[in-house]
Design a protein around this ligand. Structure first.
Ligand code: TXA
Ligand code: MG
Length: 327
């Protein structure tokens, strides 16, 4: 199917919403930059975002919502969040907070972390699309990894027009008013609000509303650094150690398999993709790792080799980090 670029008429927005509910990707304008949107509750759709962007690693994504009432279904939002969203939503502020217990958003959106980033965009096309889709939308900036952020529909088409056909449609809402990504603020259950990414909303405005200075993220390697990727090294780490590139599981071991012929000796097996489909594997990665972690009783999780091409690069990156020695 050819990529459809359309002005944001009511009909086009309705069609875009249908495509999103079917698991396709739609690029849409926000007041900051264009976003590459997917149904945030659909693991496979989220995996195809990473595929389209060509990201060599899974970074957590921002979930776009209609407003505070919806955001609090996915994130545990405290009094600070209420103040900030009252002042700045809809707008260029993203909040990172703990996921709710029954959060329906894909773990891949959170890159396996216990936190989630939420933002209510102000752009009327983004709001119309969110309302029509009736789903939260995961959306990073709609550019290939490492390229400039897109502030016009033509930038999106240039960067992602040939993205494996997973990008179904671009809603052209004209140039973005701000042209700079949202400011990302971390609101941990304990500890001060943290400036995770400077952006279109100035630090001082946020500090004015909070009545307190924003803390800077902890330096790389510090324990708290684990809560703030993007600027810092941070990633999901299971309690159980991982054994990578395993081709023969030991009896009783729990196994994260890939492909049609997993070894038979494992006590428990989860298969990332029996057909060897890397997008399916990415969609399953964090949920299966968590399941096996809970079932392993602290014994190592054996992981079969995953091919290094396509999304395999990001999967292997995350597995290597999860397997790295830690204190
Ligand atoms: O303006 C914007 O924010 C645009 C538009 C499309 O809304 N979106 C955007 O998304 O810039 P993206 O994926 O390019 O940037 C997401 C930022 C990254 O710095 C990421 O590390 C941070 O948000 N982030 C997301 N979830 C996080 C989490 N759970 N913990 C810490 N940081 C998180
Ligand atoms: Mg970006």
């Amino acid at each position: 199917m050819p990529l459809e670029v359309s002005p944001p008429t009511p009909e086009a927005v309705a069609r875009a919403a249908t495509l999103l509910r079917e698991g396709r990707l739609v690029a849409f304008p926000t007041e900051t930059v264009y976003g590459l949107g997917a149904d945030a509750t659909n693991d496979r759709a989220v995996a195809s975002i990473f595929d389209a962007k060509g990201r060599p690693a899974f970074n957590p994504l921002i979930v776009h919502v209609t407003g505070f009432a919806e955001a609090r279904r996915y994130a545990r939002l405290d009094a600070r969040a209420e103040k900030l969203t009252h002042a700045f939503w809809p707008g260029a502020l993203t909040l990172v907070a703990p996921r709710t217990g029954d959060c329906p958003v894909s773990l891949l959106v959170s890159a396996g972390l216990d936190t989630i980033a939420v933002r209510a965009p102000a752009h009327e096309v983004a709001q119309a699309l969110l309302a029509a889709a009736g789903r939260p939308l995961a959306a990073p900036s709609a550019n290939r990894s490492g390229k400039l952020s897109p502030t016009r529909a033509v930038h999106v088409a240039e960067s992602l027009g040939d993205a494996n056909g997973s990008l179904a449609m671009i809603l052209d809402g004209g140039p973005c008013a701000l042209g700079l990504e949202s400011t990302v603020v971390g609101l941990p259950a304990e500890g001060p609000a943290t400036l995770l990414r400077p952006g279109a909303l100035a630090r001082m405005e946020i500090e004015d509303i909070l009545g307190a200075p924003l803390a800077d993220p902890a330096p790389v390697g510090a324990e708290e650094g684990r809560a703030s990727p993007g600027l810092l090294e941070s990633h999901y780490a299971p309690d159980a150690p991982l054994r990578l590139d395993v081709t023969d599981a030991k009896p009783g071991e729990v196994l994260l398999a890939f492909g049609a012929r997993p070894p038979q000796d494992a006590a428990v097996t989860r298969n990332l993709s029996e057909t060897g489909d890397l997008t399916e594997a990415a969609a399953n990665l964090f949920a299966m790792l968590r399941e096996l972690d809970a079932l392993s009783g602290g014994k190592p999780i054996a992981v079969m080799p995953i091919p290094a091409h396509g999304l395999g690069e990001a999967i292997n990156d995350r597995l290597r980090r999860a397997a790295a020695p830690r204190d």
